[in-house]
Design a protein. Structure first.
Length: 69
C-alpha cells in the first residue's frame, strides 16, 4: 500500500511517480465504490441485512484511509 505523500515529494520523482500515485489512488477509489455497491445490493430473492451495508461502508472507509485519501 502507498503512503500519503506530499506533492513536493512526488515532484522530486517526476511525472512517472505522480502518474503511478494517481493510478493507485484511482484503483483504490474504484475498489471502495465496488465495496459500497456490494454492500447496498438488493437481490430480490434474498433479504439483505443492514449489517451488510454497514460492513461495506466500513471496509470502503478503511481502504480509503489506508491509501491516505
Amino acid at each position: 500500500m502507498m503512503q500519503n505523500r506530499s506533492p513536493e515529494s512526488d515532484a522530486a520523482f517526476g511525472p512517472e511517480a505522480q502518474l503511478s500515485r494517481l493510478e493507485a489512488q484511482v484503483a483504490t477509489l474504484a475498489e471502495a465504490v465496488r465495496v459500497l455497491a456490494r454492500g447496498r445490493e438488493n437481490i430480490p430473492s434474498e433479504d439483505v441485512p443492514p449489517e451488510e451495508a454497514e460492513r461495506g461502508a466500513r471496509l470502503a472507509h478503511e481502504l480509503l484511509l489506508l491509501q491516505g485519501l
